[in-house]
Design a protein around this ligand. Structure first.
Ligand SMILES: *Cc1c(COP(=O)(O)O)cnc(C)c1O
Length: 420
């Protein structure tokens, strides 16, 4: 469910007409619904209330400070993947004790930063990384908390680029190696192994891959107990899928029904890291039609947004529903909706039936709240777009549109090139 809908043929975000926003702030424009964002977060908490999990929103899905702050204020922890995200998380007022940090390539600087700030734990993805964290913690005279990221080797049935829990992926540690590491834990003088972590992929619409992965780690934890090795946390990662097209993803409730019994039995503190589930349907990308171009083969609707603003179609062949901001036109055309960038991958939809549009009309790319702005770039020297958050009838700019000066801010021309 989300709060983007038509009222009297006009498209609204909460109580605000999106066309008004497009006219006032210009396009392309990311528009977020505060209440959609928060309600998804609360839904998950509600479904798992019985075990009171720590829900660490995955910052990379959408890392805007205002969104982070909104979630943190409702009690969310944060899941980070870099030092930059740690900086954001702290700026958003998140307690370090609610921050978990995964990444296969944490640098020494990033590790030191996180240890100094006292995060809840690192999700460790390899033995050399564990050794590195141990060494840095020793130098700082600290003990670092870690969870071992297990690669449970399950098939999450999603796009191969967002599959992360198979042994051919770079993520996590296989069960046998994890066991060896845990049994030699005494060798890591400045590390406390607090738990296990899994994150098997993204846009997962069924519960069975989760059930399979959780069963594997629960059995693994059971065997550890025989070695008198006890853990405190189980982090089941993120990956819950949302509706982009005709998917029928599990709801928070249905997901809980399947995995809650397994989790309850572990008696461990449970952590979750949803990103897309919380942010995905809480944002849209509003864009203006620049031209309608007819060729002998196709009809192209050329809009002012491009793949640098939302790369998911180009990167994953992802489907996004596309709506016109005025609903009345019943005539539909089969069109390609494309941006101005010099790449044929620069498209939002191909051979899509869209109500007939003309120059100056606006359209909305739906489901753009996660992995939208956060994956955007300045390619083609396009300024990154503005973001606004709607709260009922109020609108807040949460990121200003970049200026041309912003584009070159950090660039330097060597002195030998200056002058005539
Ligand atoms: C990206 C990521 C997530 C969030 O994934 P979603 O599919 O957005 O829920 C959670 N945990 C880790 C470790 C991640 O890398």
């Amino acid at each position: 469910m989300h709060e983007f809908k038509y009222k009297n043929n006009q498209f609204y975000c909460e109580s605000v007409r999106v066309q008004k926003l497009a006219e006032r702030f210009g396009t392309p424009l990311y528009v977020y619904s505060y209440h959609t964002l928060i309600s998804h977060f609360l839904k998950l908490g509600q479904a798992f209330k019985k075990i009171n999990p720590l829900i660490c929103y995955s910052v990379k899905a959408n890392s805007n400070l205002a969104l982070l702050r909104a979630l943190v204020k409702k009690g969310a922890g944060l899941d980070i993947v870099s030092g930059g995200e740690l900086f954001r998380a702290l700026k958003a007022g998140c307690s370090p004790k609610k921050i978990v940090y995964a990444s296969v390539g944490k640098t020494e600087k990033e590790i030191e930063y996180a240890i100094r700030k006292g995060i809840l734990f690192f999700n460790v993805e390899s033995l050399p990384e564990l050794e590195s964290i141990n060494g840095i913690a020793r130098r700082l005279h600290k003990t670092a908390n870690v969870a071992i990221r297990i690669n449970p080797d399950v098939e999450p049935k999603t796009h191969k680029y967002i599959t992360t829990g198979k042994l051919t992926n770079k993520f996590g540690i296989d069960l046998r190696s994890a066991r060896q590491i845990l049994l030699m834990r005494g060798a890591f003088t400045n590390i406390r192994i607090a738990g296990l972590h899994i994150h098997i992929g993204s846009q997962i619409t069924e519960s069975s891959p989760y059930v399979e992965a959780i069963r594997k780690v629960v059995a693994f934890i059971g065997n550890l107990k025989k070695e008198r090795l006890f853990l405190e946390y189980l982090n089941i990662g993120g990956g819950l899928g949302i509706i982009y097209d005709k998917e029928t993803p599990q709801t928070a409730k249905r997901f809980a029904r399947k995995v809650l019994p397994l989790l309850e039995k572990t008696k461990l503190k449970i952590i979750m890291e949803p990103g897309r589930f919380i942010a995905g349907n809480s944002g849209i990308l509003a864009t203006k039609v620049l031209y309608v171009k007819n060729t002998s083969k196709k009809k192209f609707v050329i809009v002012d947004a491009a793949m640098n603003d939302l790369i998911r179609p180009a990167l994953y062949g992802a489907y996004h529903n596309i709506l016109t901001l005025e609903a009345e036109n019943k005539v539909k055309d089969k069109v390609d909706i494309v941006g101005p960038i010099c790449e044929s991958g620069d498209f939002f939809a191909k051979d899509r039936l869209l109500p007939r549009v003309k120059e100056g009309d606006y359209i909305a790319v739906m489901g753009a709240g996660a992995y939208g702005f956060s994956m955007s770039s300045n390619y083609n020297s396009r300024r990154r777009v503005a973001e606004v958050m709607v709260v009922k009838d109020k609108v807040f700019v949460i990121r200003k549109r970049e200026s041309c000066e912003d584009l070159i801010r950090n660039e330097l021309v060597p002195s030998f090139l200056s002058g005539r």
